[in-house]
Every structure is written in C-alpha cells, then in structure tokens.
Design a protein around this ligand. Sequence first.
Ligand code: NAD
Length: 361
Amino acid sequence: MRLNIVCIPGDGIGPEIVAEAKKILDKMALVYGHEINYKDVLMGGASIDAYGVPLTDETIAAAKAADAVLMGSIGGDTTTSHWYKLAPNLRPEAGLLGIRKALNLFANLRPAVLYKELSDACPLKKEISDAGFDMLIMRELTGGLYFGERYTTEEGGIRKAVDTLSYDEKEIRRIAIKGFDIAMKRRKKVTSVDKANVLDSSRLWRRVVDEVSADYPEVKLEHMLVDNCAMQLVKDPAQFDVILTENMFGDILSDEASMVTGSIGMLASASLNDSKFGLYEPSHGSAPDIAGKGIANPIATILSAAMMLRYSFDLDKEADAIEDAVKNVLKKGYRTVDIMTEGCRQVGCKEMGDLLADEII
Ligand code: NAD
C-alpha cells in the first residue's frame, strides 16, 4: 500500500519524537512491503517564526491532500516564549484549533492503557492496577457546550452568564457510528456516557446511540451517567472498552483516564473526520523544559502512528506489530526518564526508537 502522510513536527520535543515515529513507520513499511511518502510542513511556533502565522493555507492544503497527518506537538513555554506575547489568534495553539476546524475533525480518540510493566506509576490501589486496563475515550469535538451560543449580561444589577449545550441528531449519529466502528476493531463494547436523568441533549444522545447500535448487533452497548462514569474510572477501569461521549464530558473524563495510567509520555491520540482521514498526535504537549536534550519519550507519538495505521489505513496487523514492540521493549526493562523505575535501564529518545524498530521483524 502507498501511504501519503503529512508530518507536522511542531515545536519543543516535537521534531525529536516525530523523527522516531518515522523510524518505526519506515521499518514497518520495509517489513510489510508498503511505500510511504512523507511531506513535512510547519505549524505552531515554527510556522510563526517562518511565516508570521501559526497555520498557513499551504499547511491546510497539504493536510487535505494527504491520507493522514502525524503531528508532534506545538507550543512553547507559555511564560517566557515570544510566541505568547502575540494576540491569541496568532499564538501556536490557534494553529491547532484552525487545522481541526479546516479538516472537520469531529471525533477525538484517546486511548488510556495501563501496561503491566508501568503499573507502579498508576495512582490507583494495587489490586486495581494489577488488573490493568485498555480503554479508548471517543469524544465529540466540535459540538455541545463549547460551541453553543454564549453571552454575559447584567439584569437589574445582577451579572448573568449563559452557555448553551446543543446537539442535533446528525452530530450524535456520526460520532456514534465512529464509536461503534472502532469498538468492532476492539473488544466490541461501547459505554455511552451522558446525563440523561437531567439534560434533554443527553436524552436525545441516548436515543440516537440506541438507534445506531441496532446496526451493530455484535457490539454490547451500555449507558452510564457521567457522574457514575467518573467514579467507575477509578474504581474499576478494566470494565471499559470504548467510552462514547459528548464534548465536555469527554474533555473531563479523558484527562481523568489519562491520569490513572500515570504516564503522560505513553498516551496517544487521534482526531478523525467522517472519511478515513485523521490527525494523529501524542496527548502531551511540546515539553519545552526537556526539548533538545534527547531524553523525550517518543512512545506516545509512535503509538499515535500505530493508531494511524489502524484507523486511516486499516493496517491492523502492522499496528499490532508496533504495539507489541512497545510491550516487548518495556518487558525487557528499557525506559525513558519519565517512566524510569529502579532496576530498569534508562535510554534516550533515539535509543528508544532504535529498540522499538529492532522489535519489528
Ligand atoms: P507538556 O505535556 O508539554 O509537559 C508536561 C510535563 O510532562 C513536563 O514536565 C514535560 O517535560 C513532561 N513530558 C511531556 N511529554 C513528555 C515526553 N514525551 N517525554 C518525557 N516527558 C514528557 O505540558 P505543558 O508543559 O503544560 O505545555 C507545554 C507546551 O505544550 C505549551 O505551550 C502548551 O500549550 C503545549 N501543548 C500542546 C499540545 C498539542 O500540541 N496538542 C497539547 C498540550 C500542551
């Protein structure tokens, strides 16, 4: 297969971790007989320095012409970097919001996996962390409370602020379809999270999710209230496969789920539109405090590349090979500084990439 991939190395540790992800993709292509065409483009701070804006039309056009986008991370030190003296619409993060909008990326996927070898980093009780977990949070990204009408007024000397949470059935259906499609590639369970005991938007969400589930008889669907879900994530995270939810609930729950893994350098993410196209990036930021030191953990970016193979190219076997390589290297005791524990061997960003590439045979 020929894969046309646009890469956005970005800022801080971005170029270091994207280089390692490319190393792994190249090895995968060699072993499995694929051809990859990369095109590197700028976004965020690097684009501001080169072109005066965080996102250019050329970057958007290149992304639209590709099959998928692999990104490092963008942004700098928000207190010292000159990028943060600019107007908000010219700062690095505006590039990220702009590209998500331009590419119509409405579905955000954040896996939260607890690897047995890293269970010491998990802040949960040992009997829970010993069981491990492997869930994926599917969050609606372009609707709901963050995009509804909002205003602040004053009535009779009393200040009042209003935000609106609105979803139509089309918005719910397209994210639900994505959630069920992805569950079919996993353990075939969807937990749809809402607040249907209070909110009308949640009651519609539940009805539409039920309708979509009729087309996926193999997938077990359960509904869960968001407050209960927040508790269950710390009480029994192993019960979850795909958590499907709206924008604000997903924002909060995905951060909670990632914290219970305890390892920010391991967490991948993807944002998809209604074709196979997606933008894949680690969940962490550009870590300006360690940029250029060669110590960043490239695994979150490498696992994002594995998600790209699985969801944009349907190359499940190849994605499995990368995920297995990560498990094997951890099992052999190699760690980057962020996940280092006693008795393990500390390696840098490049060496971790080499070790992972060697596992793909
Ligand atoms: P951060 O995730 O960059 O860093 C938080 C801490 O985790 C730091 O101590 C850092 O060294 C460490 N860390 C993060 N990734 C690591 C890795 N792969 N290996 C080892 N250690 C790692 O969060 P922050 O410091 O709040 O943000 C820094 C910049 O990143 C800001 O400009 C922020 O806006 C931006 N940011 C960008 C994205 C994105 O591109 N999607 C996401 C979040 C933050």
